[in-house]
Design a protein around this ligand. Structure first.
Ligand code: F6R
Length: 604
């Protein structure tokens, strides 16, 4: 279970816990901090805390016991309700400490349920929403855990992936609504997890659960049922990723490994999708001629790739595109209907806001499509059609290779649309696209040249990133990468907008990163650089041609290979990823697990 938690740590790492059932007793250990802290707990002289009737699991430390149980539940947390500490860490228990629960998601009506349960005499020890689940199950428990769980979840509003054990029964009950759950079918063992990466080292045979399904694991067996308790037939899928792909393989961090994997990842996104006659092959199985508009919806880095998608699709396929944050789309009255193609972008395929927006668009009759990396994820299964990124597993919390693959997939999609609509595409663009992995490789080979820049600016308190056109979302992405892993405040802006406010901040203390590769806005970017320089600002420029102007303006230049404008977003983002990584690493930050973040944001 500890190994499984380590694979899931990208989902949250502020506290962790395990509970093992052995001989009708529950043993639990919980720890604030990363899973490695919990692991150490097992090794110290106190060992595992024994849960005894009437006592809180965290207060009792028995002598080291050898637990021989053959079933258990475990959790690594990203706090939503209640600060990260041992009391709030999962598993959570009922009053008698007989039922243990781990939970992903949010119980929205937990306050109302808690009030009722407290009135009935239940004693709560944590500030979490999850604890109401254990007390509700206790309330309904009558010797049959499955029944009690089903009765409890009928009262719950919100989302959940719940795993529950009871010391009186030799089974694990898992129920899912809105949070992911996958069953791994191993040799002499079955494992349920919230992501296939946790089961991958043990088995490649998996069953992805759908909403409103339950798995009951008993010794050597499993049964999948709906919430009415009826058996459900499911197909067994095979995970295509290998266990080696989720190892660091000598790199200091997953993020660094994933940055360096980009040539191969982007190559995989393109593989088999451009034939020898330069036709784009995508299996999109609805008729695009009925589509009048594309609405792209995503969060974070995926939203940035969506913005680039807008530029690409409008430029290449002459098709109108709107881009929205999933969280904003969802909570207004979005005008969307059958003539719209609703395109969601998500590495994980599990981002709660994106799933909610997708459901909304589906209800309103839009055609839906997904650009998703994780096969079998909720979004991948919900959309009408899609393009898998084939980036391989992305473990580092800061998204890198998924971004490059998303932009590549959007480029392919723009070309595909142009082809469908009969819009002429320059052959040179297609042949240059095929060389994209090699061009990324060129950037990576020069990565050492970024070291002095990282060293020079690592103690800066603020950064500004500026770009125009397709390089504006690149600026946003560069700023996001820096702030999320190095904790330096950074903002991305369209370069021309700088004059409308941010220029007030320009001074010798604020480095300004200009994405200044040669495109039709180059002369304008140079003017913006002049404006910053005139105010004493120090410029870091990402450039693909050295001329007198840029030498005069930028003291720090990061060179990237020349390419067509359409390929620049991918190529220009790579050095910004490297810069952010190096600064964060110099500051001694655990780049793969930056504070407060979780890779997969499964709460709204
Ligand atoms: C930033 C980052 C996040 C994700 C966002 C969406 O580096 O990783 O901003 O891009 O949480 O996640 P997905 O793409 O999984 O929907």
């Amino acid at each position: 279970m500890i190994n499984g938690l380590k694979k899931l740590e990208y989902r949250g790492y502020d506290s962790a816990g395990v509970c093992v059932a052995d001989n009708n007793q529950l043993f639990v250990a919980k720890k604030r901090g990363k899973v490695s802290e919990l692991e150490k707990e097992f090794l110290n002289e106190y060992g595992i805390c024994s849960v005894k009737d009437g006592s809180h699991p965290c207060e009792i430390r028995s002598e080291l016991k050898e637990v021989k149980g053959n079933m258990g539940i475990a959790h690594t947390r990203w706090a939503t309700h209640g600060e990260p500490n041992e009391i709030n860490a999962h598993p959570h228990f009922d009053c008698k400490k007989e039922i243990a629960v781990v939970h992903n998601g949010i119980i929205e009506n937990y306050n109302a349920l808690k009030e009722i349960l407290e009135r009935e005499g239940h004693i709560f020890v944590s500030e979490t929403d999850t604890e109401v689940v254990s007390h509700l199950i206790e309330k309904f428990y009558n010797g049959n855990l499955e029944d009690a769980v089903l009765r409890a979840i009928r009262l719950i509003e919100g989302t959940f992936g719940l795993a529950i054990i009871c010391k009186k029964e030799n089974k694990i009950v898992v129920v899912k609504r809105g949070s992911p759950a996958v069953l791994g079918i191993g040799e002499g063992e079955n494992i349920v997890a919230s992501d296939a990466v946790a089961v991958l080292p043990y088995t490649k045979k998996v069953i992805y659960l759908s909403d409103n399904e339950m798995v009951v694991l008993t010794e050597g067996n499993y049964a999948i049922k709906n919430f009415e308790g009826e058996n459900v037939e499911k197909t067994i899928d095979e995970i295509k990723w290998t266990a080696g792909e989720i190892e660091k393989r000598g790199y200091k961090h997953f993020m660094l490994k994933e940055i360096f994997e980009q040539p191969r990842a982007v190559g995989n996104t393109m593989r088999g999708r451009i034939d020898n006659d330069f036709n784009i092959k995508l299996s999109i199985d609805f008729d695009l001629k009925y589509i009048k508009r594309i609405i792209i919806v995503a969060c974070g880095t995926s939203w940035h790739s969506g913005l680039i998608g807008k530029y690409l699709i409008e430029k290449i396929a002459e098709f109108p595109v709107e881009v929205d944050y999933a969280s904003e789309f969802r909570y207004r009255n979005p005008i969307v209907g059958p003539e719209d193609l609703f395109l969601v972008i998500s590495q994980s395929g599990e981002t709660a806001d994106v799933i909610a927006a997708l459901k909304e668009a589906k209800n309103k009759g839009a055609k839906t499509m997904g650009l998703v990396n994780v096969v079998g994820s909720t979004i991948a299964r919900e959309v009408d059609s899609g393009i898998f990124l084939h980036a391989g597993p992305e473990i580092g919390v800061a998204s890198t290779k998924a971004f490059s693959c998303q932009v590549t997939a959007l480029l392919l999609f723009a070309l595909f649309l142009a082809q469908q609509k009969g819009v002429k595409v320059e052959r040179e663009l297609l042949s240059e696209l095929k060389r994209l992995p090699a061009k990324i490789e060129e950037v990576l080979e020069q990565s050492g040249k970024i070291d002095p820049i990282a060293e020079k600016f690592k103690d800066s308190k603020n950064f500004l990133y500026l770009g125009r056109g397709m390089n504006f979302p690149v600026a946003l992405e560069g700023a996001l990468k820096l702030k999320e892993i190095s904790y330096i405040h950074a903002e991305g802006y369209p370069a021309a907008e700088m004059k409308h406010g941010p220029i007030a901040l320009a001074d010798s203390n604020m480095p300004v990163v200009f994405i200044a590769t040669k495109d039709h806005t180059y002369s304008k970017i140079l003017s913006n650089m002049e404006e910053v320089k005139a105010r004493g600002g120090e410029i870091i420029a990402v450039a693909n041609e050295i001329d007198n102007d840029i030498i005069k303006l930028a003291k720090n230049i990061i060179m990237v290979p020349k390419c067509r404008e359409e390929l620049m977003p991918v190529i220009n983002t790579v050095p910004l990823q490297i810069l952010a990584y190096k600064i964060a690493d110099l500051k001694g930050i655990d780049v793969d697990k930056p504070k407060n973040l979780a890779k997969s944001v499964t709460v709204e």
